[in-house]
Design a protein around this ligand. Structure first.
Ligand code: NAP
Length: 309
């Protein structure tokens, strides 16, 4: 199976890339936008003709598209700018993949829901995004469904793990606690955190099974943000006393709207894959165990000595 991963320097894209390096039967061409990494093709997904010529050259059977601007508050403040990648370039790439018979894999979010259901969301639940980011994701989902062809929408949530440009919640928690800074985390906002390497494995499993349609694929454990931050402190041996538990309401009016209870029920994907992804606590332990290996690997990659074997 030949895949093109557009946005393989990001959190999920890089986990997908590393997983495909060791997954039997796969080869992948991978792209970067900003980061300089040996063996990665430079691609701006907003450049339609560059996308078309890369597709013609690579002839992938699957186009996996984690490229996105996933910064929820930035999307709220810059709807037109972020739509150019998150909606327009995404749909153009999907159409170009479609024309060449390739499966298009798109990543959506728990932020398509308003968080008021009271139990984990299933694929058939009615979306009602509270933010521009959620609306952009939903628009792509609906356009893919309307266009037909071979497509997979993976709705996931709160991805964490080691990444080339540290930004995810757990890395923020670790950085703050290590430098003795305070961290506010909501004790009544709950969700299903998802470990990037485990998600990558699940996504590839869905593609191998020709999974068509919308799939929830997130960690199986529902935790509050505060609980998750405390679990990270415990696993990494850091002092949790700097974690200040605050109510979700304390963040009201700050930035984009976010769902308060957005756990995803991933049962449909789990049945197809034969198992759930790694739970939040087990994944934090796996992340800690991988710390040194990641430091060595990413150091080499970013200094130009690493890259594709
Ligand atoms: N992170 C989460 O918690 C979360 C939750 C639910 C859903 N999702 C969705 O999952 C997907 C992956 O998220 P992520 O957190 O892994 O994202 P990320 O770390 O921000 O990675 C985004 C990737 O897109 C690339 N990119 C940016 N602009 C581009 C452009 N114009 N053309 C081509 N590539 C471009 C980036 O390249 P450079 O690194 O080279 O700039 C990077 O490789 C996204 O669709 C996101 O919305 C994420």
């Amino acid at each position: 199976m030949r895949a093109l991963i557009v946005g393989a320097t990001g959190l999920l894209g890089h986990a997908l890339y590393r997983h495909l390096l060791v997954r039997p039967g796969w080869e992948a061409v991978v792209t970067t936008y900003d980061i300089v990494a040996p063996g990665f093709e430079k691609l701006d997904a907003m450049d339609a003709s560059a996308v078309e010529s890369l597709l013609d050259r690579v002839r992938p059977e699957a186009v996996i598209f984690p490229a996105s601007n996933p910064f929820v508050d930035f999307c709220e403040q810059h709807p037109e700018e972020t739509r150019r990648l998150n909606v327009d370039a995404t749909l153009r790439t999907a159409e170009a993949a479609q024309k060449r018979g390739a499966r298009f894999v798109f990543f959506s979010t728990d932020y398509v829901f308003d968080g008021k259901k009271g139990s984990p969301y299933r694929e058939e639940d009615e979306p009602l995004p509270l933010s521009e980011y959620g609306r952009q994701k939903l628009e792509v989902e609906r356009a893919l469904a309307a266009a037909g062809g071979r497509w997979t929408v993976v709705r996931t949530a709160a991805i964490f793990g080691w990444e080339l440009q540290p930004k995810n919640f757990i890395l923020q928690v670790l950085a703050r606690l290590r430098s003795g800074q305070k961290l506010k985390a909501a004790s009544d906002l709950d969700y299903t955190p998802t470990y990037a390497p485990s998600l990558a494995e699940g996504v590839v499993g869905l593609v191998e099974k020709d999974a068509q349609g919308v799939f929830h694929l997130a960690g199986p454990e529902t935790v509050s943000r505060a609980e998750f931050a405390r679990a990270a402190a415990a696993v990494f041996g850091l002092d949790a006393s700097h974690i200040e538990e605050v109510p979700f309401a304390a963040f009201a009016g700050q930035g984009a709207g976010r769902p308060q209870h957005s756990a995803l029920d991933s049962g449909k994907a789990e049945r197809l894959l034969g198992r759930p992804l790694l739970g939040a606590r087990a994944a934090l332990k796996a992340m800690k165990a991988a710390a040194q290996e990641w430091e060595d690997y990413s150091g080499k990659l970013l200094s130009g000595q690493g890259g594709r074997p």
